[in-house]
Write a protein that binds this ligand. Structure first.
Ligand code: E4P
Length: 214
C-alpha cells in the first residue's frame, strides 16, 4: 500500500513528506475551506513540496463545468489529478479527461457498483470512503475487499484509494486486502508511527547509556 496524505495543510504535507513515505496528496473542498487560504495558491505550494499525484476536486455539478474547472487545475502541473464526484455527470467528465490523458480520482464512492462504473469510465483512481460508511453502521472495510476482488477478477488497473480513514486498523486491514493506496489524515500518521514499547525502549537505552559515563 502506498501512502497519500488527506489534507490541504502544507505544514502537515511537508512533515510527512520529510519522513520519506509520502507518495501523493488528496484534498477536498472541506479540507481546503478549513485552511482558509486561496485554493490555487495552496495547490501551487503542494506541487512544490510533493513529487506525486495531487488530487484537486472540482465543485461544479454539471460535466461541462467539471471539465472547465478540471482543465484549469490540470494545467498547473502534470501531477494534478482531477477529483470528480461519483455521479453520471462526474462519469461524463471522467470520460473526457481520460481521452485527454488527464488523471482522475472518482470520489464519494460508497458501493462496489459505483467503483466498477468509475473504473469502466476510465478513472485512474477510485476513492471508497470507509469511515463514513462505518459512521452510518455499514462495514467500510467489506467495501474495500469487494472492490479489490472485482478489480482483480477483471484485470482492472484503476487504483483503489482507501479514503475517509479514521484509525490505524483501517490502514492495516485495507493494506491486507490489497488496496493500492491509503489516504491518511495527519493525526492517523502520528498514530501509525507510535508504539509505547518504542518510546519506553528508547528511554531505557538512553538511561542505560548514561550509566556508562559514571
Ligand atoms: C478522500 O479523498 C477524502 O478527502 C477524505 O478521505 C474524506 O474523509 P472524511 O470522511 O474524514 O471527511
Amino acid at each position: 500500500m502506498k501512502f497519500f496524505i488527506d489534507t490541504a495543510n502544507v505544514d502537515e504535507i511537508r512533515e510527512i513528506n520529510s519522513w520519506g513515505v509520502l507518495a501523493g496528496v488528496t484534498t477536498n473542498p472541506s479540507l481546503v475551506a478549513k485552511e482558509g487560504r486561496d485554493f490555487i495558491e495552496t495547490l501551487k505550494e503542494i506541487i512544490d513540496i510533493v513529487d506525486g499525484p495531487i488530487s484537486a476536486e472540482v465543485i461544479s455539478t454539471e460535466s461541462a463545468g467539471m471539465i472547465e474547472e478540471g482543465e484549469r487545475l490540470a494545467s498547473l502541473s502534470k501531477n494534478i489529478v482531477i477529483k470528480v464526484p461519483m455521479t453520471s455527470e462526474g462519469l461524463k467528465a471522467v470520460k473526457h479527461f481520460t481521452k485527454k490523458k488527464i488523471k482522475t480520482n472518482v470520489t464519494l464512492v460508497f458501493s462496489a457498483s459505483q467503483a466498477l462504473l468509475a473504473a469502466r469510465a476510465g478513472a485512474t483512481y477510485v476513492s471508497p470512503f470507509l469511515g463514513r460508511l462505518d459512521d452510518i453502521g455499514f462495514d467500510g472495510l467489506t467495501l474495500i475487499s469487494d472492490i479489490v476482488d472485482i478489480f482483480n477478477a477483471h484485470g482492472i488497473d484503476t487504483e483503489i484509494i482507501s479514503a475517509s480513514i479514521r484509525h490505524p486498523i483501517h490502514v492495516i486491514e485495507a493494506a491486507k486486502m490489497g488496496a493500492h493506496i491509503g489516504t491518511i489524515p495527519f493525526k492517523v500518521f502520528d498514530q501509525l508511527i507510535k508504539h509505547p514499547l518504542t518510546d519506553s525502549g528508547i528511554e531505557r537505552f538512553l538511561s542505560d547509556w548514561e550509566k556508562t559515563k559514571k
